[in-house]
Design a protein around this ligand. Structure first.
Ligand code: NAD
Length: 429
C-alpha cells in the first residue's frame, strides 16, 4: 500500500517507519526542512529505542522516504495519516490549527479515493471539521473517507508499542475505509475495535484521563503514607494483586508530564464543560498533579535545612526514561522551584534534548551522574534511567559534600543506600 504520513514527530516518524517495516511504501512529510534533510540522510532526530534501526531498514529497502513536498507524498497514496501536534490553547482546549492546516493542504492533492486518518489526539467530533475542510475543497465526484485512529504508543517504547498494540481503534462510518484499515492493521494481530469516529476519539481521551487519574491517586496515597509511616511500594503491591486494580501506573513520583497527559486532561475537561458537565474528578487529578512536584521540592528543602546557597545534583530531565522528550517534564518543574529557592543545580540526563537545559535558569550540565554530584549537598533523582541504579555509590559518597539523596521515583534501594551512609528519602516510604 502507498502511505503518506503528515508530521514526523514521535507519532508520525514511528508510525511511518513501522508501516514501512511491515512492507508498505511510505512517504513522510514535515514542514521543518532541517528535520526532513536529517531524516533523508538517515539521522533520526529523536531518542526512541529501536527507531534508528527501523528507519535505516526502511531507507535501505527504498520503502521509507521523506519530503517537505506534501503533494509528492499525498497524490500517490491510498492512506494519508495526520500526525501533527494538538497543543493546548489558552483555555485548555486542544488547538486544532495544525490539524486544520494539514487537512487544507491534503485536500489540495486529492484526485482519487483516499482514506485520511487522524492519528493526532483531537477532541470528540473534530474529525467532522477535518471532513468538512476537505469536502469544501475536493470536487463532489471524488470519493474520500476520514477516519479517526488514535495512537496509544508510549514514548520510550514507541516502536514496540506500534508493532504490538494492546488494541487498534478505528473510527469511521465509511465501510470501504474500515475494510482497508482492517487489512492494514491485521498483521499486527491486535484486537480491532471498529466504531463511530466520536467513540474512537473518546476512547483516546478516556484512556489518558484514566491513566492520569491512577497516577494522581497513588501520589495522593503516597503523600498520606509519608504522614502515617506506611510504605507506598507495599501498598501498591497489595493493591495491584487485586485483578480489578492491577499494578500498572501505581508508582508515585513528581507528578505526570509529557506532551499528552496534561494537555489531554485539560482538553477533556473543556469538552465536558462544552457539553454541560463539570468533570470535577479530572480537575482534582490535575490539581493533585500541579502540587506534586512541590512535594519533592519540600523534601529536598527539609533534608538540606533550606535551599539558599546549596548545590544540588539533578539526575534526569526528560519526563520519563528512554526518551529525550522534556515537554511538560515534572523534572523541569522541580528544578525551577529549587533554583528559585536559591540552589545551584548541576544536571545530568543520558538523552534529554539540549533545549531542556535552558528551561531552568543557571542550570549547569554534567557529562555523567557522578560528575554532576561533585561537591553536591544532595542528589535528586527525577527520571528513572536504568544507569542510575547501578552506579558506584561508594564513589558517589566520596565526591559529595554531604551524602544525601532524594529519590523522587522510588527507584533506588533505600536499605542499601542507608547502609552505605546516605541520608535517603523516597516518596511515600
Ligand atoms: N507523543 C506521544 O507519545 C503521543 C502518543 C499518542 C498520541 N499523540 C498525539 O499525536 C499527535 C502528534 O504528537 P507528537 O508527539 O508526534 O508531536 P511532535 O510535536 O513530536 O511532532 C509533530 C510534527 O508535525 C510537524 N508538522 C506540524 N504541522 C505540519 C504540517 N502542516 N505538515 C507537515 N508536518 C507538520 C511538526 O514539524 C512536527 O515534526 C498529537 O496530537 C499528540 O497528542 C502523541
Amino acid at each position: 500500500m502507498k502511505i503518506a504520513v503528515v508530521g514526523t514527530g514521535y507519532v508520525g516518524l514511528v508510525s511511518g517507519a513501522c508501516l514501512a517495516d511491515l512492507g508498505h511504501d511510505v512517504m513522510c512529510v514535515d514542514v521543518v526542512a532541517e528535520k526532513v534533510a536529517k531524516l533523508q540522510s538517515g539521522t533520526v532526530p529523536i531518542h526512541e529505542p529501536g527507531l534508528d534501526d527501523v528507519v535505516a531498514r526502511g531507507i535501505e529497502a527504498g520503502r521509507l522516504r521523506f519530503t517537505t513536498n506534501l503533494g509528492e507524498a499525498v497524490e500517490p497514496a491510498t492512506f494519508v495519516f495526520i500526525c501533527v501536534p494538538t497543543p493546548p490553547a489558552e483555555d485548555g482546549s486542544a488547538d486544532l490549527t495544525y490539524v486544520e492546516a494539514a487537512a487544507r493542504d491534503i485536500a489540495a492533492h486529492i484526485a482519487d479515493f483516499k482514506v485520511i486518518i487522524n492519528k493526532s489526539t483531537i477532541p470528540v467530533g473534530s474529525y467532522l471539521r477535518v471532513e468538512r475542510i476537505i469536502r469544501e475543497r475536493v470536487p463532489a465526484q471524488i470519493e474520500f473517507a476520514v477516519a479517526s485512529n488514535p495512537e496509544f504508543l508510549r514514548e520510550g517504547s514507541a516502536v514496540f508499542d506500534f508493532m504490538h498494540p494492546d488494541r487498534v481503534v478505528i473510527g469511521t462510518r465509511n465501510d470501504r475505509a474500515a475494510g482497508l484499515l482492517t487489512d492494514l492493521y491485521r498483521p499486527l494481530g491486535a484486537p480491532l475495535i471498529i466504531t463511530e469516529p466520536e467513540t474512537a476519539e473518546m476512547i483516546k481521551y478516556a484512556s489518558n484521563a484514566f491513566l492520569a487519574t491512577k497516577i494522581s491517586f497513588i501520589n495522593a496515597i503516597a503523600n498520606i503514607c509519608d504522614g502515617v509511616g506506611a510504605d507506598v511500594k507495599d501498598v501498591a503491591l497489595g493493591m495491584g494483586y487485586d485483578a480489578r486494580i492491577g499494578f500498572e501506573f501505581l508508582r508515585p513520583g513528581p507528578g505526570f508530564g509529557g506532551s499528552c497527559f496534561p494537555k489531554d486532561c485539560k482538553a477533556l475537561i473543556r469538552v465536558a464543560e462544552q457539553n454541560g458537565y463539570d468533570f470535577h474528578l479530572l480537575r482534582g487529578v490535575l490539581d493533585v498533579n500541579d502540587e506534586q512536584h512541590r512535594v519533592i521540592v519540600r523534601k529536598v528543602e527539609r533534608m538540606l535545612g533550606g535551599l539558599d546557597g546549596k548545590r544540588i545534583a539533578a539526575w534526569g530531565l526528560s519526563f520519563k526514561p528512554n526518551t529525550d522528550d522534556v515537554r511538560d517534564s515534572p523534572a523541569i518543574a522541580v528544578l525551577n522551584d529549587l533554583a528559585a529557592g536559591g540552589a545551584s543545580i548541576v544536571a545530568y540526563d543520558p538523552a534529554a534534548a539540549d533545549h531542556g537545559y535552558s528551561l531552568v535558569p543557571g542550570l549547569e550540565r554534567a557529562p555523567g551522574p557522578i560528575e554532576a554530584a561533585h561537591d553536591a549537598d544532595c542528589v535528586v533523582l527525577l527520571t528513572e534511567w536504568n544507569e542510575f541504579r547501578w552506579l558506584d555509590f561508594e564513589r558517589l559518597r566520596s565526591v559529595m559534600a554531604t551524602p544525601a539523596i532524594v529519590d523522587a521515583r522510588n527507584f533506588l534501594d533505600a536499605h542499601t543506600l542507608r547502609q552505605a551512609g546516605f541520608d535517603y528519602e523516597g516518596v511515600g516510604r
